[in-house]
Ligand binder design. Structure first.
Ligand code: HEM
Length: 458
């Protein structure tokens, strides 16, 4: 063999290593015990770690270059045809979140106009109005000293906002039903995933019945939203109207009821849970970081001077936004995602076999010391324009990236900034004595115990 032919031969991909598990179960028990800690340890094996989750060959891709490959450059090779998404399909059916290929593209094109910047800006006043009402409730709790649960407050606020802004619907009376149903679904889906209960919840057991009831109660809420709109028969120009009036370009058909319910339920769930968790973390982290809190207050005083914020002022709330970005770094609500690998591939020089699972974890990548020095420290100034430009795009991906990037990212970022600005102007939530702020990794990542706080005045 000549030197030239050896040099021109492509280097074969390397075989990734990773934590060893038990026969049959693989690393499932370790993941069940401590999913976040386990993921951090697995990332220590390199940009791509390989392991067995039960019988499934799996890879954790943690390096930004690998994420760019999976989510953007070779996105067609990594699909949502994964058993994790089959579990999500039980909840939201085949809506925009779970569909693939042409079906997904049609859904995405249909929904996209509702998320244009100008449209979102027009929703700001409603977001602030809803938050100002919560502020009155916080003021009352401030006077009595009665503790509140940050997660519950943020859930009802963001549910109300998404209901009004995107679906033109007042869902305030439904808040408790949605919260209770979602909590059953979130706990059970996490448990079923981690213990490989792949069978759908069809058995006559109390456990399966609880899931079915919770699912039905969510669908009832959505059916009421749709029925109310149909009674009025008017085009309100919002997302719900777009869904109801859309016709397929080829067939001219409108969405059937089942499809419409799936899309609406997807937006209702995807549009409130994540944002609520992100904001809950903001309150918890600010309570623990008085210097950052003081800088936030200073900005709010300078920019707003006691007034309620408007959409035009959002770009001036620079530090407020950094606080939100940093909370999303440390505790990304979507802390782990999966994809099914279609065909053999090479990621960061490592072999990734077709038919296996790829896992991506914002929680882990957001802590790689190479991009995030002293990663556990809460430091909003990591998000100065210079620091952002110095990092690879996929070192930070709370909303993902590539074509399947969150459609609601600008909505959530504006909503979050407005909510923080409105509430932090008047109130300082403090963690109740004896409470330790820690993550609870269910379907999304929330503060454990729903974040009990007392509200103090600024
Ligand atoms: C802080 C808040 C939010 C976070 C962290 C977040 C995060 C994400 C992530 C990581 C994905 C990709 C999921 C996957 O590929 O499995 C996603 C998708 C999605 N999100 Fe969000 N999201 C947030 C807020 C919102 C809001 C406010 C809405 C709607 C109003 C929304 C609607 C959606 C939808 C419909 C998808 C599916 C998009 C597609 O596949 O084309 N999200 N989100």
């Amino acid at each position: 063999m000549t030197a030239t032919s050896a040099a021109s031969r492509p280097t074969p991909p390397r075989i990734a290593t990773g934590p060893r598990g038990l026969p049959l179960l693989g690393v499932a028990l370790d993941i069940r015990r401590d999913v976040l800690g386990w993921n951090l340890r697995a990332a220590g094996y390199g940009p791509v770690a390989q392991y067995r989750f039960g019988p499934m060959r799996s890879y954790l891709v943690s390096h930004p270059d690998g994420l760019k490959h999976v989510l953007q450059d070779h996105v067609k090779n990594y699909t949502k045809e994964h058993f994790g998404y089959d579990m999500i399909r039980r909840i939201v059916g085949n809506g925009i979140f779970t569909s693939e290929g042409e079906t997904w593209l049609k859904q995405r094109r249909l929904a996209q106009p509702a998320f244009h910047r100008a449209r979102i800006a027009a929703m700001a006043a409603q977001m602030v109005r809803a938050t100002a009402e919560l502020s009155e409730q916080w003021a009352a709790s401030q006077r009595t000293g009665e503790p509140r649960y940050g997660v519950r407050d943020m859930m009802s606020l963001t549910l109300r906002i998404v209901g009004e802004a995107l679906l033109g619907s007042d869902v305030r009376e439904e808040t408790e039903a949605v919260a209770a149903a979602f909590s059953v679904i979130s706990e059970q889906t996490t448990e079923r995933f981690r213990s490989f209960r792949l069978l759908p919840p069809v058995l006559p057991t109390a456990y399966d019945r609880a899931f079915r009831q919770a699912n039905q109660s969510l669908r009832d809420v959505v059916a009421r939203v749709i029925t109310k709109r149909r009674e009025r028969m008017e085009d309100q120009g919002d997302l719900l109207s777009m869904f109801m009036l859309a016709r397929d370009e080829e067939t001219g058909e409108q969405m059937d009821d089942e499809h419409l319910r799936n899309e609406v339920l997807t937006m209702l769930l995807a549009g409130h849970e994540t944002t609520a968790n992100a904001l809950s973390w903001v309150w918890g982290l600010l309570a623990q970081n008085p210097d950052a809190e003081a800088r936030l207050h200073e900005e709010l005083d300078t920019v707003l001077g006691g007034r309620l914020p408007t959409a035009e002022e959002v770009p001036k709330l620079v530090y407020t936004r950094r606080v939100l970005d940093e909370a999303l770094r440390l505790y990304p609500p979507v802390y782990s995602l999966s994809r099914k690998v279609v065909a053999d591939d090479t990621v960061c020089g490592y072999q990734v076999l077709g038919g296996s699972s790829v896992y991506l974890s914002p929680y882990v990548t957001h802590r790689l010391p190479e991009f995030w020095p002293d990663p556990e420290r809460f430091e909003p100034d990591r998000f100065t324009p210079e620091q952002v430009a110095a990092r690879p795009r996929f070192a930070y991906f709370p909303f993902l990236g590539g074509p399947r990037q969150c459609i609601g990212n600008n909505f959530a970022l504006m909503e979050g900034t407005l909510i923080i600005a409105t509430l932090a102007q008047r109130h300082r939530p403090r963690l109740v004595a004896g409470y330790t702020l820690a993550p609870e990794p269910l379907l999304t990542l929330r503060p454990v115990g729903e974040l009990p706080v007392t509200i103090t005045a600024r």
